[in-house]
Design a protein around this ligand. Structure first.
Ligand SMILES: [Zn+2]
Length: 469
């Protein structure tokens, strides 16, 4: 039987979610891209202060990052929030592609919901902890620039996560379940070559082509593919290939993303790629330099924390309560997608009820243990600093991909808001349980130490630099 203090979470959220909904819509209406989230972070800071949280920003931190804290003593429980939008994704709340403003940003990843949902969980958990007379500190993290995969690593470098025991987060999606999969570690780096310009027709022998170096580096990288693990990824674009064919390019640049399932393998792969670049420079008698633009760790699932979140999702949070209007809107949105995409998304290794084929309101049991997701998130950095668990929450119809106009439309609709409320209930229930029984924190930490294999977290650039031979 659920205790009264925990039950308060559901009552409090049902009675108080409206200003949170309004905040999520306000952020949706003013989409700001990575590192430009001045308005979203300001609105959230003010809101959390009004809710009785103490807002702080360490020295040297990004202007759009913050922490809002309430409570005393342990355990110290973190909730990760985000609020950045995507460039060029402007879209109205409607079932046809139509921007609010051509070329403007839009919330194609639902981060307007993500951050506010975590805030709602923090505020509801605060009420329940106070009522239950439980010790514990709740920290809501306002994290910028997730779309550039660097916000949380910058926050880590500023000491934001010190003293936090565990963290919980969620992300908008088409199905609801706690993920136990690994999202890949990733680094982004630009390689620049410097050669010598010359007339390409009259005196080619005098030139040393930086573009040749870029092309040979790419050839080398493409041969390297043959000798990487299956889940490794390399992608590149040439960002500077010279100015005109009759001038031997003295400068050229190629931009790489490198992904691998685990940070140590990523470091090894990156070091091999740097050797390929060095080889290209040697062959062409050019000079090479590179700079790391950013990167993130792979996520590190935590079963102890994941099981707790799943229990609260299944037995405590209840249904998002989608109604006939939501379903009708969802059907129209789904009809705008290729059928194969919808069919593929419905096909899960666990049963999906037919009633959830359009809009999924039933949480699925976690089904992706041991799998790799070929995408990355800076939640990975936090997950390698402390035990972390993430839940996907249905806030758009089945088959809708992240970063699509359909996702933007739903993130500004009642479907998005209702899914967010359900996630907040599951996360707040988990916070209550952690405060009530801190041995769960101890167990989660034991698992974390085992999975990290005793290695200390270090920022991704230091990790990459240390791997170079
Ligand atoms: Zn996202």
């Amino acid at each position: 039987m659920t205790e009264d203090a925990k039950k308060l979470i559901i009552e409090w959220i049902d009675a108080n979610h409206q200003p949170f909904d309004e905040l999520a819509l306000k952020i949706w209406q003013r989409p700001e891209i990575a590192f430009e989230e001045m308005e979203a972070s300001r609105l959230q800071m003010e809101f959390m202060e009004k809710q009785g949280f103490k807002v702080s920003r360490p020295e040297g931190s990004s202007p759009t990052a913050f922490m809002a804290e309430w409570g005393s003593g342990g355990p110290v429980i973190g909730l990760l929030g985000e609020y950045d939008a995507l460039a060029g994704m402007s879209q109205v709340v409607g079932a046809e592609k139509k921007p609010v403003a051509e070329g403007a940003p839009g919330h194609g990843c639902g981060h307007n919901l993500l951050g506010v949902g975590a805030m709602l969980a923090a505020c509801a958990a605060k009420e329940a902890l106070a009522k239950g007379g439980l010790n514990g500190t709740i920290r809501y993290y306002g994290c910028p620039a997730e779309e550039q995969l660097v916000g949380k690593s910058i926050m880590a470098a500023c000491g934001y996560f010190e003293g936090t025991d565990v963290s919980i987060t969620w992300h908008p999606n088409d199905f609801t379940y706690v993920t136990d999969a690994t999202m890949t570690a990733m680094v982004s780096a630009k390689f620049r070559f410097k050669g010598r310009t010359a007339h390409a027709g009259a005196s080619p022998e005098a030139g040393r082509s930086a573009l040749d170096a870029v092309e040979l580096m790419n050839v080398g990288a493409n041969y390297l593919r043959e000798h990487m693990v299956d889940q490794d990824r390399l992608h590149y674009v040439i960002t500077n290939g010279g100015l005109a064919p009759n001038i031997v390019p003295a400068e050229a640049e190629v931009w790489y993303y490198v992904r691998s399932p685990h940070d140590a393998e990523l470091a090894s792969l990156f070091s091999r790629l740097v050797n390929v670049a060095r080889g290209a420079a040697l062959m062409t008698e050019t000079e090479m330099e590179y700079n790391l633009i950013g990167g993130c760790y792979n996520t590190l699932p935590n079963k102890v924390l994941g099981n707790l979140l799943e229990k609260n999702l299944m037995d405590f949070a209840g249904s998002p309560g989608f109604d006939a209007d939501d379903l009708a809107f969802a059907k129209k949105i789904q009809d705008s997608l290729p059928q194969a995409q919808v069919t593929a998304s419905r096909a899960k290794p666990v049963p999906v009820a037919e009633s959830d084929y359009v809009l999924a309101s039933t949480p699925l049991p976690s089904w992706d243990s041991g799998r790799y997701v070929m995408g990355s998130t800076d939640v990975g950095d936090v997950a390698n600093i402390m035990p972390t668990s993430m839940c996907w929450g249905a806030t758009w119809p089945v088959g809708v991909p992240h970063h699509s106009w359909q996702a933007v439309a739903c993130a500004g609709s009642p479907i998005g808001l209702k899914g967010t409320v359900q996630m907040a209930k599951a996360m707040a229930g988990s916070i209550y349980d952690l405060a009530k029984d801190p041995t769960i924190v101890v167990e989660a930490k034991k698992e974390f130490v085992k999975r990290r294999n005793g290695r200390e977290y270090q920022p991704i650039d230091k990790l990459m630099a240390a791997s170079l031979k």
